[in-house]
Design a protein around this ligand. Structure first.
Ligand SMILES: Nc1ncnc2c1ncn2[C@@H]1O[C@H](COP(=O)(O)OP(=O)(O)OP(=O)(O)O)[C@@H](O)[C@H]1O
Length: 252
């Protein structure tokens, strides 16, 4: 594990019901940077994020935050440093969005300001149960970021968002990566490769690829991992990926 890593994972191993979910994963995540975590369904992305957040203990290996074992930190210290947005979230009570944000901030005016900045002020008085899927995702992320944690771990924050909000979200996360560490699980490969500094590709509980987008985009291994044949379409200055079925799958 590098001494300068903000968050470091060393030899993580986790299995459930005889299935290996994380298979010897080591990862150094720096003080700042926008990292996309991608991979096919079931690759282990959410499991890895939960372990990095300290929500799930690995059977072997460990996670360190600024060189200190995560398991040795109390829950308050973890919460101060790591903002974690899970794939699914339900508050215990049907609180308003303003209440949800204010639970993390002492001052109601500050909570209101957070919602203004996230363009969510019109929804501030709405109860959680009345919000749409996309509104919940945006509200949850605003709540997680309210305390400005040095590390953000977000599990598919854009999955329920329309195209405009998803683009705005990914761009905001990429901007945040200039100052802080941002790790985002996502399925939109084009946005991951276009907007993020680093892409980690998971496959079957392992890190299959890890690097800057330009190095990964053209690697044949990407097609192998996702089980498709990608057409690489140059749309200067970017390259878009269009997935096609593999030849043997087209004939069956
Ligand atoms: N408690 C458990 N018992 C058995 N299998 C589990 C358990 N939790 C997760 N899994 C399995 O582990 C694998 C990895 O799950 P995980 O949610 O980390 O995948 P993912 O890469 O985030 O997938 P997706 O893209 O579908 O969200 C999946 O096959 C899942 O079914």
């Amino acid at each position: 594990m590098s001494a300068t890593a903000m968050l470091g994972a060393a030899h993580l191993f986790l299995q459930r019901q005889g299935r290996v979910l994380l298979d010897d994963i080591s990862l150094d995540l720096p003080q700042r940077g926008a990292v996309a975590l991608v991979g096919p369904n079931g690759a282990g992305k959410s499991t890895l994020l939960q372990v990095l957040a300290g929500q799930l203990a690995p059977e072997r290996g460990g996670v360190a935050l600024q060189g200190r074992p995560l398991r040795a930190l109390d829950v308050r210290a973890r919460a101060r440093h790591i903002g974690y947005m899970p794939q699914r979230f339900e508050p215990h009570w049907d609180v308003t969005l303003h209440d949800l944000v204010q639970m993390r901030l002492p001052d109601p005016a500050q909570a209101a300001q957070v919602l203004v900045q996230a363009d969510l002020q019109p929804l501030a008085a709405r109860r959680w149960s009345t919000l749409s899927g996309g509104e919940r995702a945006r509200g949850m992320l605003a709540a997680v970021l309210a305390t400005d944690p040095p590390v953000l771990l977000a599990d598919e924050p854009g999955a329920a968002l329309d195209v405009q909000h998803r683009l705005a979200l990914v761009q905001a996360l990429a901007r945040r990566g200039r100052e802080r560490l941002v790790v985002v699980v996502m399925h939109d490969l084009d946005l991951a490769f276009e907007c993020f500094d680093r892409v980690v590709v998971m496959h079957a509980g392992r890190v299959a690829m890890d690097g800057v987008p330009a190095d990964l985009l053209h690697a044949p291994q990407l097609d192998e991992v996702f089980g498709v044949r990608f057409q690489r379409i140059a749309v200067a200055p970017h390259t878009l990926l269009r997935a096609r079925s593999r030849p043997q799958e087209e004939t069956t």
